[in-house]
Design a protein around this ligand. Structure first.
Ligand code: FAD
Length: 669
């Protein structure tokens, strides 16, 4: 380690600056001559210590800074190393350890901005010198700033009552936190409640899910609001004010015991409404309950089909049948306010719409089903009590399962939906078990990367399920041979055998991919979070912050973030709950001080800044006729400061003088 301390150097009234350049192993030193940069920095006005060191982020590196601050009475620190995203906080803490305000520090990224992007050593070294000079000029003008603390309301909101929301709510509630779980359907359970068995263990979905659903309902720390949606979220981390819209069920939830006598008594003697829970494969009445274990076990009246809600002209036999007086046609939509400190979003996915791939004949041929429809068909409590039947009531002798419908396809969605290979194997097993049919899987690549997943695939091979590698070109009912008459024919290029096959079957199952909910765009705007280009909610960092979002205090879990199976969903829901707990238990959050503020005397009240703020942190003070920035909501993006025509918005750590000085430094060669 070279020690270029220029102890005797006079600073001519400038703050005393310590400069440190990191080798980052050979990441930086392999291209940049760090010794030369350290010697160069030593000559710059104000620099009284200049050092190069192998790993500045290591404990000895940080200790070096802290010691120098004390020994050389340093008043400012510059570290030239990697991205501030990685180690700005590390070096701020080192400065603080030495007794300096942590914001008297500037970091220079000479790794991503110089050594990693240049091959010419001399040019990279020259660029590093320019960048370091800029930081040294800038840091002189830094001001001491303080982080502020705001208290965190311990109550938590969980949105979405699928397995992700259920698991997150129970984890939080078991830790003693008050949780409100908001679900937009009449029951919690999400997609998992529709399945018969789950891969790879083939355990009964209801047997593992319904105890958790009951636990949510009976938990003293959980308030469950089904048939409800979040309409508006105001506030900031630790202190969110949420408006929830509660749709009328026309049933008093506290009185209904789910005896279902009202359903039997409904004037609609025949069930005529397609049952959404059974994917439209059966019919229900206007007054209904989704499935026997629905939670809460409370019936619901569908306003679109109930004669009384629509016309007021019904004998109301349901009301007469209810001896608990639970039916209440006077119910109106309600808006309820809620205060929470943190939010877990778990709004899940929807299956790909197979009509977007018309060559597979969904909606055209009655023998073509989606995987979710088959989940209901093989389910003992489904529309056929578990019997695998085509829509015209036939027992299929041969079934083709087409993988990757709406996944890994340039024409629809490019992403792999991660669960379709595995649920196709599950359905192949269940169809064979329930009907004895020959089952053909048409796959592009078999993806089984989970615990006991490969073994499950091998089990299916041993059960005699057929696997044909190739993307099915089309499903038709055009018979070319006697054998194909009355059948659906799948035409596919078998890429292992190297020829085109025609496979006649009685039933086709489309393994539809997982796509974002239709209203994911609206939901993310309500919660002020981002989404990726495919529409799933965006995590803060794919590896290091997978359940955090860019809005502090809002976490994501489950398939709303990306397609995933139940084990991964549950793990992620636990992680989101733990992140929320960490905030709640700390009791406060620290806010970065690099926020903007308005110089009131200079603000002309033009309001230009208000719609530009991506964090809705700016409001207009009608009394003063000035813009007002909520420093808790402000994330320091600087858009308002850049856009303000009168220059009356200032951002801490990015003041004009600091930026001009930095520019002067970079150009001072
Ligand atoms: C056909 C099929 C079979 C599968 N089989 C298996 C299997 O055997 N094993 C396995 O591990 N995985 C399986 N999966 C994957 C499994 O479905 C997902 O891992 C799991 O459902 C993800 O749970 P989730 O809670 O994130 O989402 P979801 O199950 O989609 O639940 C989301 C919940 O949020 C609610 N919601 C949505 N928007 C809002 C809103 N704005 N406000 C309030 N509530 C809202 C929804 O109504 C729903 O209740 C299968 C998937 C499919 C398509």
């Amino acid at each position: 380690m070279a020690d270029n301390t220029g102890n005797g150097q006079k600073t001519n009234g400038l703050p005393r600056i310590g400069f440190y350049i990191c080798h980052c192993g050979s990441n930086i030193a392999g291209i940049i001559d760090v010794v030369a940069v350290a010697k160069f920095a030593e000559t710059l006005p104000g620099v009284v210590v200049s050092r190069e060191y192998k790993y500045m982020c290591s404990d000895p590196g940080q200790e070096l800074i802290a010691q120098d601050i004390k020994e050389h009475k340093l008043e400012r620190i510059v570290v030239a190393s990697c991205s501030p995203n990685l180690h700005e906080e590390t070096f701020r803490k080192a400065a603080q350890k030495g007794g300096l305000n942590p914001f008297y520090f500037q970091m220079v990224n000479i790794r991503e901005h110089a050594s990693w992007v240049h091959e010419n050593k001399a040019a990279a070294t020259l660029k590093a010198k320019d960048l370091c000079r800029a930081a040294i000029y800038r840091v002189r003008l830094h001001k001491a700033l303080e982080k502020r603390r705001v208290p965190v309301n311990p109550d938590v909101l969980v949105v979405g009552g699928g397995i992700a929301g259920i698991h997150a709510a129970l984890t939080l509630a078991n830790a003693g936190k008050k949780v409100t779980l908001v679900e937009r359907e009449a029951t919690i359970g999400g997609h998992m409640a529709m399945f018969d068995k789950t891969f790879p263990t083939l355990d009964c979905a209801a047997c593992i899910l319904t105890p958790k659903m009951s636990a949510v309902k009976s938990h003293p720390n959980i308030t469950l609001w089904t048939y409800s949606e979040v309409e508006k979220v105001d506030g900031y981390v630790g202190s969110y004010e949420v408006t929830v819209k509660r749709k009328p069920r026309y049933i008093k939830e506290d009185l209904c015991v789910g005896c279902m006598e009202c359903i039997e008594a409904c004037v609609f003697k025949e069930a005529k409404v397609p049952d959404a829970f059974n994917q439209g494969l059966s019919k229900r009445r206007p007054i209904y309950i989704d499935f026997p274990q629905a939670t809460p076990k409370v019936v619901v009246i569908d306003p679109a089909t109930c004669i009384n809600v629509k016309t007021g002209k019904c004998k109301k036999t349901c009301v007469e049948a209810c001896d608990r007086d639970a039916i209440d046609f006077t119910q109106k939509e309600e808006k309820v306010q809620l205060k929470v400190g943190t939010i877990v979003l778990a709004t899940g996915f929807k299956p790909f719409d197979p009509k977007k791939s018309p060559h597979y004949g969904y909606g055209k041929y009655p023998g073509v089903f989606t995987a979710l429809e088959i989940e209901r068909l093989v389910n003992a409590s489904g529309p056929t009590s578990g019997e695998v039947l085509t829509r015209d009531g036939r027992h299929p002798k041969a079934v083709g399962i087409i993988h990757c419908v709406g996944s890994r396809d340039e024409k629809t969605n490019k992403w792999c939906s991660r669960v379709c290979c595995m649920y196709s194997l599950k359905l192949a097993h269940l169809i064979k078990e329930h009907s004895g049919a020959e089952v053909y899987n048409f796959y592009i690549d078999m993806r089984a990367p989970g615990k006991a997943y490969e073994e499950f695939y091998e089990k299916l091979l041993s059960e005699g399920v057929h696997f044909i590698r190739g993307r099915v070109a089309e499903v038709t009912d055009w018979a070319m041979t006697k054998e194909e008459e009355g059948k659906l024919v799948l035409r596919v290029e078998d890429t292992l055998a190297g020829f085109v096959r025609r496979v006649p079957v009685d039933m086709v199952v489309l393994a539809t991919g997982l796509v974002p909910q239709s209203d994911a765009g609206d939901v993310r705007r309500v919660f002020n979070i981002g989404c990726g280009k495919e529409g799933f909610f965006q995590e803060r960092h794919p590896k290091l912050a997978p359940v955090n979002t860019f809005t502090d205090g809002v976490f994501i879990a489950g398939a709303c973030q990306a397609p995933k199976d139940i084990p991964d969903t549950v793990a992620q829901a636990g992680a989101a709950a733990a992140e929320a707990l960490a905030l709640v238990d700390a009791g406060f959050v620290e806010l970065e001080p690099n926020t903007s503020y308005v110089l009131e005397e200079e603000c002309c009240g033009c309001k230009n800044c208000i719609p530009l703020c991506p964090y809705t942190a700016i409001s207009f003070d009608e009394t003063k006729k000035k813009a007002d920035i909520n420093e808790v909501l402000c994330k320091g993006c600087g858009v308002c400061a850049a856009a303000c025509p009168s220059g009356s918005i200032v951002q801490n750590l990015f003041e004009d003088a600091e930026i001009y000085s930095e520019i002067e430094g970079v150009l001072a060669r």
